[in-house]
Design a protein around this ligand. Structure first.
Ligand SMILES: Cc1cc2nc3c(=O)[nH]c(=O)nc-3n(C[C@H](O)[C@H](O)[C@H](O)COP(=O)(O)OP(=O)(O)OC[C@H]3O[C@@H](n4cnc5c(N)ncnc54)[C@H](O)[C@@H]3O)c2cc1C
Length: 320
């Protein structure tokens, strides 16, 4: 019987929530594919994670001891490829996360498997597997099938499937997979400056700036404007990555979710799905973007095609 192989993601000895989501994705297609569901746990002490991943519907946990303290992409790529060669799964599911996207393409390329990234829906059409992802910056949805591919490797977007949560008794098998020398090693995590000055998740009125704001000086102008307007300043991830604002201000999949927001004024934000993930509870969105086709206009109640920096300057004059 063929298998759906899930590669578990964990950090600091804790299973990442997305792992249970992709287990749910595996369970959703197992019947259509006529496949077992196997979950591989790679790490120094995979046995420690057995209770957390003993989930109803999973047929087997594959424990793969590895000479790494924390995630290491080459190690995961080597072990993932070896597991495919040994177990010949029909489908391999990996989180579309910072960890997952650093090794999944290498596995996909090894052996010319079918491959798609950032998949958010899966179904079976007869014996064929059909994966859905978006293209052209979320403007269209694309359905992909993989004719003639014995194994298909997919990275699955976090938040796409409700997590599998019911515990079950699952047998575990330990597999020894030799790993060659690695070119990098995990030295430790550096947590971003949490800021801690504000709770953007709880704010009712958010003024959020994106990369389109242009530069640090305009971001600082926007911060002053937010204060004058009674708004809480928030931002997209590139603004944090550029060091213009602290991580505590980031909205989105890897930032905060605006759970209490009645008005969201988005300046120079494209509307990438990872940012929208943090905006799904917002009541009213006003978006300002100079691109009339920006995806953010698809969710905004009011859309303004304008230059964000110019608008900030004009509003600053109105709120001295
Ligand atoms: C695993 C993962 C997790 C992620 N988590 C998050 C997350 O938590 N939060 C997040 O935000 N992103 C996250 N991202 C990144 C996300 O995919 C996008 O890259 C990001 O949201 C884009 O931010 P942006 O809209 O500010 O920038 P861009 O996508 O570069 O968009 C800038 C926008 O500004 C507009 N613009 C340019 N100049 C002007 C101007 N002068 N006036 C008006 N508009 C202008 C452009 O038309 C464009 O629409 C994540 C990505 C991954 C892979």
């Amino acid at each position: 019987m063929s298998a759906v192989l899930v590669i578990a993601e964990h950090r600091g000895g804790v299973v990442r929530p997305v792992t249970r989501e992709i287990v749910a994705a595996a369970l959703a297609v197992r019947e259509g594919l006529g496949a077992r569901v196997e979950v591989a746990i790679i790490g120094a002490r995979p046995d420690v994670l057995v209770p957390a991943l003993s989930l109803e519907g999973v047929d087997e946990l594959l424990l793969v001891p590895a000479p790494i303290e924390e995630f290491q992409p080459e190690c995961y790529a080597a072990i993932g490829a070896a597991l495919i060669a040994a177990r010949r799964p029909r489908l391999v599911l990996i989180p579309h996360s910072v960890d997952g996207i650093s090794y999944a393409p290498a596995i996909g390329a090894t052996g010319s498997h079918g491959y798609a990234s950032d998949v958010f829906a899966l179904r079976c059409d007869g014996e064929d597997l059909v994966a859905t992802r978006s293209a052209y910056r979320e403007k269209v949805r694309v359905e992909l099938d993989f004719p003639g591919r014995e194994t298909v490797v997919l990275t699955v977007r976090p938040g796409s499937f409700p997590p599998a949560s019911r515990p079950g008794g699952v047998p575990a098998t330990t597999l020894e997979v030799p790993v060659g020398p690695m070119n990098s090693e995990h030295r430790g995590y550096i947590e971003p400056d949490a800021g801690g000055d504000v709770d953007v998740g709880a704010a009712e009125f958010l003024l959020a700036v994106g990369r389109g704001i242009g530069d640090r000086a305009t971001a600082e102008e926007a911060a002053m404007l937010a204060g004058r307007m009674g708004a809480t300043l928030a931002c997209s991830r590139p603004v944090v990555d550029a060091g213009w604002l602290p991580k505590s201000r980031q909205i989105g999949q890897s930032g905060r979710t605006a759970t209490n927001c009645r008005l969201y004024l988005a300046l120079g934000i494209s509307g990438a799905v990872q940012h929208l993930a943090g905006m799904k509870h917002v009541e009213t969105i006003i978006a300002v973007n100079r691109d009339p086709d920006a995806a953010i206009f698809g969710v905004a109640r009011v859309g303004v095609v304008a230059d964000a920096a110019e608008l900030v300057a004009e509003l600053r004059a109105l709120f001295p």
